[in-house]
Unconditional design. Structure first.
Length: 245
């Protein structure tokens, strides 16, 4: 038996920030972060290049994605957590955190982590699963995924990205995770590890994949989009001018 997870969500940041707010950070983490695979390997780098190419082909305007070590760590932690617990789905991890909280715990600016989106593609099976970057892109870009995140204000683009894949020893469970978040245009992404993803060799289709044997997906309802192009469904609250935290 094979189980398939499609998951995605995004949040729009609507607040107007003062200069002081732009440089405010939380002083302490509230949950765990850090794995042996926080860095981006060649397979994840290929996936990231494909993600950039997909966004360039399907979003207008697209943003130039910059790797963030903090978001890579958040994606890596959740990918491992999903596989360890059977790729059970959703955006909440075994510690009860959303992707917003994970990003902040892994060192991302806690304010800008609220203007973010997460896409998840995970499978668990009784057979060996060979899910590479091409299939992962097709699976993680379904309608409603957080990888669609766009921001109407060019001063705070959704430009910082973290990606990860994790498999169990038997290779019967796998999870791919991508997190994209806002950050000021003229500032480097938190714990930046590279200026840009590598070029992709293809622009994958947004259609859902058909693994063999084909699983029966369990999807969340496709949300409507806001004027800014973001799915309305969100885990964390939208920010307002009067509630910047």
């Amino acid at each position: 038996m094979k189980r398939l997870l499609f998951a995605g969500a995004a949040i729009a940041m609507l607040a107007v920030l003062s200069v002081a707010m732009l440089h405010s950070h939380a002083s302490a983490s509230s949950g765990p972060c850090g794995t042996s695979h926080d860095g981006v390997d060649s397979e994840e780098a290929q996936f990231l290049g494909m993600l950039q190419a997909w966004r360039d082909s399907h979003l207008s305007p697209s943003t130039h994605l910059e790797q963030s070590g903090a978001l890579n760590a958040a994606a890596a932690w959740f990918a491992e957590d999903l596989v360890t617990h059977g790729a059970i789905g959703g955006h909440g991890d075994s510690k009860g955190r959303s992707w917003v909280q994970r990003a902040a715990d892994c060192g991302y600016d806690p304010f800008f982590s609220q203007g973010s989106g997460e896409g998840v593609y995970a499978l668990s099976s009784s057979i060996v699963l060979n899910v590479g970057p091409t299939q992962a892109i097709a699976g993680i870009t379904y309608p409603g995924s957080g990888v669609y995140i766009q921001t109407p204000d060019a001063s705070w683009p959704a430009k910082c990205v973290g990606v990860a894949v994790y498999r169990n020893a038997a290779r019967t469970s796998v999870a791919w995770v991508a997190v994209i978040a806002q950050f000021p245009k003229d500032q480097a992404c938190p714990a930046s590890t590279a200026s840009s993803p590598p070029p992709a060799t293809m622009s994958p289709s947004p259609s859902s994949p058909s693994p063999s044997p084909s699983p029966t997906p369990t999807r969340t309802p496709t949300p409507a989009t806001s004027p800014g192009g973001l799915p309305r469904r969100a885990v964390a609250p939208l920010l307002s001018r009067d509630d910047p935290h």
